[in-house]
Design a protein around this ligand. Sequence first.
Ligand SMILES: Cc1cc2nc3c(=O)[nH]c(=O)nc-3n(C[C@H](O)[C@H](O)[C@H](O)COP(=O)(O)OP(=O)(O)OC[C@H]3O[C@@H](n4cnc5c(N)ncnc54)[C@H](O)[C@@H]3O)c2cc1C
Length: 343
Amino acid sequence: MARVTLAPTGEEFFVGENEDILTAALHHGINLQYGCRHGNCSSCKHWLIDGDVDDSAASVYAIPRNEREDGAILLCCTFAKSDLEIEIHQHDGAETLPPMTPPSPRRATVLEVVSRTTNLVELRVSLDEPLSFRAGQYAEFTLDTGERRSYSLLSPPSAGNELTFCIKRVQNGAFTTVLDRLEPGSHLNLEAPFGTMFLRETARPVIAVGIGSGIAPLLSILSDAAEQDSDVPIRFYYGARTNSDLVYLDQLAELSTRLTDFQFIPCLSQGTPDTVPPNGRAGRVTRAIAEDIRDASVYDAYLCGAPEMCDAVGRLLEAKGLPEARIHADKFYPAVESASVSA
Ligand SMILES: Cc1cc2nc3c(=O)[nH]c(=O)nc-3n(C[C@H](O)[C@H](O)[C@H](O)COP(=O)(O)OP(=O)(O)OC[C@H]3O[C@@H](n4cnc5c(N)ncnc54)[C@H](O)[C@@H]3O)c2cc1C
């Protein structure tokens, strides 16, 4: 066991030999900004002040060489070789995270597996014990091989023991293969909750942007906001290829009657003006946002799905005046590398 001390807060925790520093911190209830937990998104980049680490699991592309030489480490793929002191880096203007439930394991029993489109599958499970989480967080399923896959909770925290997920089928994917064999009564092991992409309690209006299965955490957030009688104005841009790729339209229509100021803007990348639904747009989400939003500085943004989309929308919003610290993204990085990924 090694002792880790965080600066400037002075928080301390212990990390086991085969445990990455982020996982240990989360299990000790320490709140840190992080994202994918696979060394891809760099959200958990902080600075080693003192001590020895093994950070060889981090991709050489995840941290620029000069930053690595200055002590930058990704907590999710760094292991302690001695007691450590780590300086926690916060974006300028980033708020302090509220207390979050430490992740813990659960056994899930499958209730239903339903194809929503040719690509998207809804998985409903019931947990052996209740789970406390924030809308927008995710769970990690552990496969028999020991591999882990992250899936955002689509259901709001009020759903109790019953969790819903929206999962994109990936050809020959490890979890996709398991998913295709699941039937009611099958068992799965998961650990939750993870993630820091939940609705911040500010009075600022919200731009939510998702594509494909990226709708999952946003639906959880929207449902929870409706249950909390939130009056925050929300614009939700949802990207899909065609009408038949749009999912959860009934749920979104119902939410629009309960949320005081809610706009749903479906964006069809292969749509034409005569095929898009009411309030919808032909083209990608980036095009609709570029056309609609002149000044983004007043918003908070929540982006979910393919990393490329999150990065493109993030850059666009920053160019329109939104500070980076107010752009919250859940980038659906795959756990194993591929040439190109879309949600
Ligand atoms: C924080 C977080 C939340 C996530 N939430 C969701 C969610 O709610 N719903 C969801 O569907 N996914 C989500 N993902 C992605 C998910 O964790 C898996 O990466 C994805 O489902 C692929 O898993 P797999 O085991 O089926 O395929 P793998 O065995 O991981 O991959 C097989 C091959 O396909 C490639 N690949 C993986 N994903 C894609 C893709 N999207 N497009 C093209 N090629 C791909 C891999 O690189 C690999 O070469 C999330 C990821 C993160 C980090």
